[in-house]
Design a protein around this ligand. Structure first.
Ligand code: ADP
Ligand code: MG
Length: 497
């Protein structure tokens, strides 16, 4: 069997190569309905240029005013990533020309970012806690987004939409700590999950609320697997799904290995990913920070955060996925179920409500992961839109726990709940589905079955033990699943002995 923890290697003509990955994730602060330095709206899908204030359009004399809520959300995010919060930070201008940037510069933070070093723990195999690995965060800075150019709207014209101009982004820069496509994918998923728990960013990659710049380099590991110097990296811009990030790492690493082995050298450059062809293409040679002539923005005072503000930020954080997962495991839930139940904030909220309704944790976890997820998948519904609420599910699970119905009948009752919206107890009552512990009725069915299967009875008595299950099955079937299974077992043992 392949070792899940074996290092990921690319096999080249000259031996094995290691891939090194660092991600720069741009996450829109969707928690704020206004932009970073103006009051203009940020809703997705608005008509072009309908959410542009004079500040966003960089009209002469306009001045930026920092949006407190954006800063607050970035601080909460930093805290959730166990990062150092800098009580003093400052905005800088990053100067460049592009038609989607009316100011001629982006307001960002180079020298003194709002958030410093942090960390994210990822599991590349969610069933296996030994696959846990910490990925370092270098910094999080707050910056403005640019507008968007729309080409080929008319055969000879391009248009600009400034709706995104000035939208607040957090740029979350990782350390070059990832070593495989799977680790890069797991990191992005985990980061997305944490942001969605915190509520700062909705993580909607289809709508551009989150996108990643993927930095990739390759190197030959030392003869005993020891660290060797990093190779030259390329940066593939604006990758907008977990799957694409993994594809970029995979493809870029192979391309670089082939290039180096055929005598070439990797150029430090910016590339673009073509999802249709699954390849990256060179866009431009990489610019350095000094090319942008960064300098402190004279229109903005430094940000100074006081203790009361920081306390409020910390106090407002919810229980985060890692803590929740540990709490669930402490309740006896399997590591796999705990990981599935905490991966998405909506699932965790639903499950917490189920626990609050008094359901036994292990029973509840098994039921949600097997039955509820199964049903939602079949129906193409998200847990938010689940036709059965946690309170309704708790009613069903209690009927199983107290022996009113069997697990088999519970599945039928659940199906009826999904279709009819009726409550579990009412369904059991009206359809006569209660489990029976009527020994007389059970004995009567057992007698009939043993009489009809005299040959099997003889075989069983001659030592074919596995036939016991057959008799149980037949009895349950004859009783339409309503017999108390424990009693059926007991009675069969007595009668067959
Ligand atoms: P820039 O802002 O110019 O893109 P940074 O030094 O801030 O450059 O690094 C950006 C990202 O590149 C970080 O996520 C970092 O982890 C990653 N990175 C740096 N060096 C390498 C390397 N040799 N291989 C892969 N990723 C790297
Ligand atoms: Mg970069």
């Amino acid at each position: 069997m392949a070792d899940a923890n074996a290092p990921f290697r690319i096999r080249g003509e000259t031996g094995e190569w290691e891939v090194v990955v660092g991600l720069e994730v741009h996450a829109q602060i969707t928690a704020s309905k206004a932009k970073l330095f103006s009051g203009a709206a940020t809703a997705f899908g608005a008509e072009p240029n309908t959410q542009v204030s004079l500040v966003d359009a960089a009209m002469p004399g306009m001045l930026p005013v920092p949006n407190r809520e954006c800063i607050r959300q970035a601080v909460r995010t930093g805290m959730a990533l166990d990062a150092k919060i800098n009580k003093w930070s400052r905005f800088d201008r990053k100067n460049y020309f592009y038609a989607d940037l009316p100011q001629g510069y982006q307001i960002s933070q180079l020298y003194h970012p709002l958030v410093g070093e942090g960390e994210v723990t990822v599991l590349t195999d969610e069933k296996d806690e030994s696959s846990a690995k910490n990925i370092g965060i270098e910094r999080i800075h707050v910056e403005q987004d640019a507008g968007k150019l729309m080409h080929d709207q008319h055969p000879t014209m391009s248009y600009v939409d400034l709706n995104r101009s000035g939208v607040a982004l957090m740029e979350i820069v990782s350390r070059p700590d990832m070593r495989s496509p799977a680790e890069a994918g797991a990191y992005l998923k985990k980061l997305r999950s944490i942001l969605r728990y915190v509520g700062s960013c909705d993580g909607n990659m289809d709508e551009g609320s989150m996108r990643a710049d993927v930095n990739v380099s390759v190197r030959k590991p030392g003869p005993n697997g020891e660290e060797t110097p990093f190779g030259t990296r390329t940066e593939t811009k604006n990758v907008n799904s977990v799957r694409f990030v993994m594809a970029v790492v995979e493809h870029e690493a192979k391309r670089q290995v082939e290039l180096i082995e055929s005598g070439g050298a990797v150029a430090q450059e910016t590339r673009l990913f073509d999802p249709d062809k699954g390849v990256t293409r060179s866009l431009r040679s990489k610019e350095d920070a000094h090319d942008y002539r960064y300098f402190p923005d004279p229109d903005l005072l430094p940000l100074e955060l006081d203790d009361a503000f920081l306390e409020e930020c910390r106090g407002s954080l919810p229980e985060l996925p890692d803590d929740k997962r540990k709490r669930y495991e402490g309740l006896g839930i399997t590591p796999y179920n705990a990981s599935v139940l905490t991966a998405e904030v909506e699932t965790a909220r639903w499950f917490d409500a189920l626990l609050e309704a008094g359901v036994e944790p292990k029973q509840g976890a098994n039921w949600v992961v097997a039955e509820l997820f199964g049903a939602l998948n079949r129906r193409g519904e998200s847990i938010d839109a689940s036709p059965v609420s946690p309170t309704q599910a708790a009613e069903l699970l209690k009927l199983v726990a107290d022996g009113t119905i069997s697990g088999t009948i519970a599945k039928q009752v659940f199906e009826i709940m999904l279709e009819s919206g009726e409550g579990a107890a009412a369904i059991v009552e009206s359809r006569g589905l209660k489990q029976t512990s009527d020994t007389g009725a059970i004995d009567a069915e057992i007698d009939k079955i043993l009489a009809a299967n005299a040959d099997k009875v003889a075989e069983y008595k001659a030592g074919k033990q596995q036939l016991f299950g057959f008799f149980v099955g037949q009895t349950m079937k004859a009783m339409q699943g309503k017999a108390n299974p424990q009693l059926v077992n007991e009675r069969l043992r007595t009668k067959l002995s």
